[in-house]
Design a protein around this ligand. Structure first.
Ligand SMILES: [Zn+2]
Length: 1047
């Protein structure tokens, strides 16, 4: 997401301030004018010195005023003169609790306002907002067609018409270089800022449109060559599009450079986006504050005015003012730290960044500790964490070093920055963010302790690190041109995360795990009509947020994996290297990737039409169902779009996809009973195919290893052959193929194309299944059925049936947390399933361990904790729940805190459940970042489903405000609390509630949630009788078996 020419720190600035106008002459005693004079005086010198002078003067002025007023209000001068003491720095409340201090604040703010007015007056001369604007057409504004322009003219904050209607910026100027100075005050939460942007004109224009969101612009000016000012006739703000408009009195010439300066003031919010405030509790129990950023996709504009689109790449130079006890981090290392004379503050000047997009800029002010090492390629790699957690940073450092070195070799392009920082942020909306050289993480995604963290959570740390490090090339070095191609970033990072993790942890079977983590969830979502094509047009921030979803990430990764399966790993790697080299420091679109891959495949005499093949997968929503029949050794395979919900709903994507007509280039791989180890392949090039496999063939398994992004429906004979194979000799197929058959058959039942009893017949083979991947797949589907049967008599029988499947494995696996990584993952799943199925031995064992832990603090092995805590709460007392709440609040292990949140959601006590839900509205109890987890977990608990839904409805206004209309969380919340509904009544309720409220970026998620409820209703209509009947019959036999085989 970034481009441009360089200004080195020793270069003179391109622009100069205007000579003092007549109005300024008599105002030398006003502080704002003094600053202008100083800045002007410095323009021929070092720009950093200039910034320093400006800052020193601002601090001195503020310090004098505050000292005077604090003395008069409190009777004792403040020691530092400007800042209050260190404790207050960490504790904003310290300022707020004292009315005298509050008064002091108000006075200071009043003074700040005076400075602001002075600055506006000083900086805007001779341009003046009151000047008349003739309103002639603006050259260059036709460079991009507008999309759905407002029907009524947009109105700026001053009531005037805002002359630019498009939510996207015109491309008549391009930023080359930003020089940003920020002083975030962690006590008052105010941020003072100044940005100087060097621009070049792409087309002639008399206006500049730039992004700015909730910034109070205090001054602005524009200079051309040799510092000559350009008069700004009009300055307008249009909040709906987060745009600022500067109307000029002369035309900017194509190819010429200009310098735009903007002073601004904003505040640190308690949100999860932009430049925001986070905090943690120190070992002494004090709340410590940090200021941090999260800009992707459109929040850089909330921290400083900028051209906030990914193709508007530039270089960034940052100066950050801080207190000496803090550290400041940026995408680049600190170049120098200067003391701001008697203010007690320091300023860090960072090295200039590489050419990059705005959304990848990041900075943090905190008091963290770090651990570091040098990679084999000589990059300094550091992990930053709160001092209380730095002991948990070792694994991240080790695994990141390994993966980083691996990627340098794999991508064949040198990492261009001198350092890479990974930092844990206590309040973090996403899992992590790939800011170039300063990756921010949710604590659970970075911290690991061998005695406390489960294998599953450990894998999570490695995978997220591998994902974000892959972005340093995919996304950061080469950025998608526009968000419509978000999948280029996210699909690749999601694909690479398994490859990177495998390099660091070869024993984790990451290729197999790809199926259950990526391929299967993507197929499940993409079978809905409310899915969307991978490449999809988006424009405004809410639309952009809405595509940070399973399709961009997991379907994106899956189709790359499919591509790898037919061109080979080596060819893919070579193509990716070429793509990165050809586009480094620039932007690229999907077709650029196909072009690079085509060059490489051609070089190797492979004439595959990569673009033609892949367009069918990226430009159309959904995927094909390949229906196969085998007769006399001849296979007939036909393709049609697979839509899981039968109800005739209009496809929202239909107008986009008519050119290809829902046909795909399908690489139809297969193995047969005659050649079980030799994979063959037929291309279904937008067509159906027929081919011979041999008359003696007893079974054919298509889509080998589930590498293709499609489903296969066999005829009755085909299924019978495969079911018989699984039940008699399941290891004849790989575990990936076994998982694939389970996934396909259960999904086809959902779609109503085959009977539920057939899937249950297949599932009987699980009694012999010992591998993690097929079990993961099977348990997902089986427990979905449990949920669907919740209000029916077959519910109990379904649980009993699953119990018969897992019982032999429960006994085999036991409660010792030992074995390989996959064995530990499987143990965790089987034990939880046993408890859920009501296995008395499992429940007693978990309750016993919980009790000993609560009363005596007895150690519980990490991989048993999830099941022990959950069972302890589910079958426990209010006291047990409160103990978990206490641990949640006091633990310094993020993985433990997460387990506590999940366990507390298992309570059967209605009052505790209600209280827990209400805690989500109070960030002092449950951080905003964890609200989604609580709602998801409570909704999974049958006793919590309705309370969660009621809570969300009751507090929708607050929730909607909390997560914004443009956040991907809002869609996830809607899905979490509604997707488990199964009746027409529920559907009606959800529809009628959301008919009257705005869901912003959650629009598509809502459509998917509604379709899921319809699908659940459909499942009942098709399967309830058939499944109930099968369970009835089967369980009668099983009961006899359990009696003779007691636990
Ligand atoms: Zn990503």
């Amino acid at each position: 997401m970034l481009l441009g020419t360089t200004i080195t720190p020793s270069d003179p600035p391109a622009g100069h301030s205007s000579p003092p106008g007549p109005d300024e002459q008599g105002k030398e005693d006003r502080q704002g004018v003094w600053m202008v004079v100083k800045v002007r005086g410095a323009t021929t010198g070092d720009p950093r010195q200039m910034v320093k002078l400006w800052l020193v003067r601002v601090m001195q002025v503020s310090s004098q005023w505050r000292a005077v007023h604090q003395t008069s209000l409190q009777g004792s001068p403040n020691e530092s003169g400007f800042m209050v003491n260190k404790r207050a720095m960490y504790e904003p409340g310290a300022v707020m609790v004292c009315s005298q201090k509050r008064a002091c604040c108000v006075v200071s703010m009043g003074f700040a306002a005076i400075i602001a007015v002075a600055l506006i007056v000083a900086f805007t001369k001779p341009g003046c907002p009151e000047a008349t604007y003739i309103g002639e057409p603006v050259p260059g504004f036709s460079s991009r067609p507008t999309h759905s322009p407002p029907t009524t003219p947009p109105t700026a904050t001053n009531g005037e018409e805002f002359p630019w209607r498009d939510v996207r910026l015109p491309f008549h100027v391009r930023p080359l270089h930003y020089n940003i100075t920020l002083h975030p005050n962690l006590t008052t939460r105010l941020v003072e800022g100044h940005v100087t942007i060097k621009l070049t004109a792409i087309e002639e224009t008399t206006a500049i449109i730039i992004h700015g969101h909730e910034l109070n612009i205090t001054n602005y000016s524009l200079n051309k060559k040799y510092g000559k000012p350009i008069e700004i006739l009009k300055f307008l703000v249009y909040p709906p599009h987060q745009q600022l408009y500067l109307g000029l009195n002369e035309i900017l010439r194509r190819g010429s450079n200009y310098t735009l300066k903007l002073g601004f003031r904003t505040s640190l919010k308690e949100g999860l986006e932009g430049f925001y405030l986070s905090s943690y509790i120190s070992a002494k129990g004090e709340r410590r504050y940090l200021a941090t950023t999260h800009f992707e996709p459109t929040s850089a504009r909330a921290a400083f005015p900028c051209f906030d689109e990914p193709h508007m790449k530039a270089q960034f130079f940052l100066s950050l003012v801080r207190e000496p006890q803090h550290i400041a981090l940026f995408n680049m290392p600190v170049q120098e730290t200067l003391s701001l004379n008697d203010t007690g503050l320091v300023v860090d000047n960072f090295e200039e960044s590489k050419t990059m997009s705005t959304y990848l800029v990041a900075f943090v002010v905190c008091d963290y500790k770090s651990v570091s090492n040098m990679t084999r390629h000589n990059i300094r790699l550091s992990v930053y964490a709160p001092p209380t957690m730095i002991g948990q940073a070792g694994y991240a450092l080790q695994v990141a070093s390994h993966i980083f070195d691996f990627y340098q070799d794999f991508f064949g392009v040198k990492y261009p920055l001198p350092k890479q920082d990974l930092i844990a942020i206590p309040d973090f909306g996403a899992g992590a963010m790939e800011n170039w050289g300063l990756i921010t993480y949710r604590e659970t995604a970075l911290m690991f302790d061998g005695n406390h963290t489960s294998s599953r959570a450990q894998q999570g740390v490695a995978v997220v690190i591998a994902h974000e490090l892959a972005h340093q090339w995919f996304g950061n070095l080469v950025t998608m041109s526009w968000w419509s191609d978000l999948w280029l970033n996210e699909g690749f990072a999601s694909f690479m995360e398994n490859i990177g993790t495998k390099a660091a942890q070869p024993g984790w079977a990451m290729e197999e795990q790809f199926l259950v983590e990526k391929m299967q969830p993507a197929l499940a979502l993409d079978a809905l009509l409310a899915s969307h094509p991978i490449s999809t047009p988006v424009r405004d921030p809410a639309q952009i947020e809405s595509i940070f979803d399973t399709i961009s990430y997991k379907k994106g990764a899956s189709i790359i994996s499919m591509l790898e399966s037919f061109i080979g790993h080596k060819m893919l790697a070579e193509g990716l290297q070429l793509y990165l080299k050809e586009n480094e420091f620039g932007n690229a679109a999907t077709d650029d990737l196909w072009a690079a891959l085509t060059k490489v495949t051609k070089k190797h005499n492979n004439e595959l039409d990569i673009k033609g093949i892949m367009d069918t997968w990226t430009l159309q929503a959904g995927f094909p169902l390949v229906s196969v029949t085998l007769q006399d050794g001849r296979v007939s395979a036909s393709q049609a779009r697979f839509v899981v919900c039968e109800e005739n709903v209009t496809d929202p994507n239909e107008p986009l996809n008519t050119t290809i007509g829902y046909r795909w280039h399908v690489p139809l791989t297969y193995i047969t009973s005659e050649q079980p180890h030799e994979q063959a392949m037929y291309w279904m090039n937008l067509t159906d195919v027929e081919f011979e496999v041999g008359k003696d063939v007893k079974w054919v398994k298509f889509n080998v290893g589930q590498r293709g992004f499609f489903r296969v429906s066999y005829d009755a004979v085909g299924w019978a052959g495969l079911i018989s194979l699984l039940r008699n000799n399941h290891t004849a197929l790989s575990s990936a193929d076994r998982a694939n058959l389970v996934d396909d058959i259960f999904t086809l039942v959902k779609a109503g194309t085959i009977n539920g009893s057939l899937a249950l017949e297949l599932s009987l083979y699980l009694k012999n299944e010992t591998r993690y991947i097929p079990w993961h797949t099977a348990l997902e589907h089986l427990f979905q059925w449990v949920q669907l049967l919740f209000n029916y008599p077959a519910h109990t029988q379904m649980l009993q049936y699953i119990h018969t499947l897992i019982l032999p494995h429960y006994k085999r696996i036991g409660w010792n947390d030992t074995g390989t990584h996959l064995e530990r993952l499987l143990r965790s799943k089987i034990l939880s399933a046993a408890v859920y199925c009501g296995d008395t031995h499992a429940i007693q064992e978990a309750k016993r361990m919980f009790h000993e832990w609560r009363v005596n603090g007895t150690f519980i092995p990490p991989n048993l904790r999830a099941v022990v805590y959950s069972t302890g709460v589910r079958y426990g007392t209010e006291e047990d729940w409160r103990h978990c709440w206490k641990v949640y609040n006091s633990s310094t292990f993020p993985s433990e805190k997460k387990l506590m949140l999940m366990a507390m959601a298992k309570t059967q006590n209605p009052w505790l459940m209600q209280q827990f839900l209400e805690y989500t509205l109070d960030s002092n109890k449950i951080r905003h970042q964890d609200v989604l987890t609580v709602l998801q977990e409570v909704s999974k608990n049958p006793s919590g489903r309705l309370p969660a839904w009621r809570m969300v409805r009751q507090h929708w206004a607050q929730i909607s405000q909390l997560f914004g209309q443009g956040s991907f969380t809002i869609g996830s919340i809607i899905k979490a609390v509604t997707s488990t509904f199964t009746s027409a009544f529920d559907l009606g309720e959800v529809e009628s509630f959301f008919k009257d409220v705005s869901v912003g970026s959650g629009e598509r998620a809502l459509a998917q949630a509604l379709e899921t409820i319809r699908l659940n209703i459909q499942w009942h209509e098709h399967n309830l009788d058939d499944v109930s009947h099968w369970l009835d019959q089967h369980m009668t036999q099983a009961e006899t078996q359990v009696e003779v085989d007691p636990q």
